[in-house]
Structure formats: structure tokens, C-alpha cells
Design a protein around this ligand. Sequence first.
Ligand SMILES: C[S@@+](CC[C@H](N)C(=O)[O-])C[C@H]1O[C@@H](n2cnc3c(N)ncnc32)[C@H](O)[C@@H]1O
Length: 256
Amino acid sequence: MPEAVEDRQRLSAIAHATSLMWGPISQDTADGLLARLGSLGISESSRVLDLGCGPAELLRRVCEATGASGIGVDSSPFAIEEARRRLATSPVRDRVELRIGDATVLTPDGTNDLVICIGPGWTTGGWVPMTRWTSAFVRPGGLLLLGEAAWRGVPREDSLATLEMTSDEHILGADVGRSVSEAGAKVAWSHRSSLDEWGAYADAYRSAMRHFVLDHPDDPITPAVRSRSEAGWVHYELLHELLDFVIVLAQRASRA
Ligand SMILES: C[S@@+](CC[C@H](N)C(=O)[O-])C[C@H]1O[C@@H](n2cnc3c(N)ncnc32)[C@H](O)[C@@H]1O
């Protein structure tokens, strides 16, 4: 039986309980990104929108580092609860608004200075549609910070069969920059998560699930958490072998 959306969202929050960001992005990578955004003109007067913000770690830190104000949207109430917890003691708590909602139904207003969209599972349409969609929320000449998976290399047929995936579900990591440019944005910087970043992320993810199982034996979600951290883990290991996680900082063209 497919997992209910709420179970999936809660499971993700449980697995990410000790993760800085909800993806394979290290503290060093996040620090490098923040430094770059300051040098690209994000400042006190800037507006930042984070679509699928998760715990809104990056959104909050961008606002803390630059004085910008921001809005974070996520469809998971568990993600927004964690984002609110992290924001509660921040000096920018009055400059950041967090909303539970489906980002795909928002009306793009083309006014933000920076739009962040990192790791949302809904972008199966790929890098070109994601770049076009997020560009509609940013002003001409504004910045996009996008993150999504891409194949490390051409995946083998037997690996795809094991994962019940098809090769057209992702593009090659080497083709991401070209796809973003094709969608009308100029790439300023990009990063492919290192194997160390993937390793640290996967270790924290699995260990958080194992701790949850030990601490909550009677919770109705515990069998699903146990299954993902034990038998189901083979699936995740194979996925991580095949997939890169790519982050791109790009500038929307000045004229549409
Ligand atoms: C892999 S997490 C990444 C979170 C965050 N961007 C980060 O990097 O830490 C993807 C997030 O996208 C959210 N999401 C997925 N579909 C969404 C939708 N249609 N609208 C809003 N948020 C969505 C999920 O709930 C999840 O929190």
C-alpha cells in the first residue's frame, strides 16, 4: 500500500532529525554559498523566497548574513515546525515568514531578488521546467539557487530495474549547467555533492531512524521507519551510488 502523504512527511522529518539541511549539503558548502550570495548583492533590502524550504536552514542563514527578509513555503507541517523551532531564537525571526502550503499552486509574482528551491521531490519534470518555474518568482536579473539530483553517469539497466526507475527520470550531472542556461538563466556557480557529503548525510539519516525505532517502539510509524533503515536501506545505498546532488546558483536574464 502506498504511504500516506502525512506518513511520508513525518518519516522524512524523523530521518532528518539531526541533519543541518535536508539533503547532502555540508556546513562548508552552505558557508561557501552564503559568502557568494553576499558578494552577489543580496542585502538588507532584498526579498528571498524558499520553495520547499524544509527546516529553512539556508533561508534563515541567508537572512541572518545579509539582513534580507524572506518567506519559506513547505507542504510538510513537520518541516515547518522544525523551521519555526530553528527560527525562534534567531535575530531575524521577525524578518522571516514560514508558511505551510503547496508551492506548486502559488502565483508567481516575479519580484523576489533570490529564489531558493533545493531538493523538492515534485520537480520530476527536470532541470529545465524547474528553472523556468522558479524564474517566474524572481525579478529579471535576480538570482536562483537550485538543487536537485542528476545521474553521476549513464545508469546501468540492472540498477534501474532494481530501483524501478527509468533513465529519463534524471539528466546527467554534466548536463545540468546546459539545461539551466537553456531555460534562460546564467550559471554563476555550481557544486556537485562530494561522496563525503553523501556519506555524512546518509549516516545521519540512517542513524536518526535507528534511534527513533529504539526510543519509540510503540509509535504507529515505527514499522515503516524500521523498514526504511533496515531492508529498505539497500535501495537508498544504490540510489546514492547512482545519483549526484547538484546545486546551481544562476542569474535570471534581465529581460524575459
Ligand atoms: C529534500 S527536502 C529539502 C528541504 C530544504 N530545501 C533543504 O534543502 O534543507 C524537500 C522539501 O520539499 C518539500 N516539498 C515537496 N513538495 C512540495 C510542494 N508541492 N510544496 C511545498 N513543499 C514541498 C518537502 O516537504 C521537503 O521538506
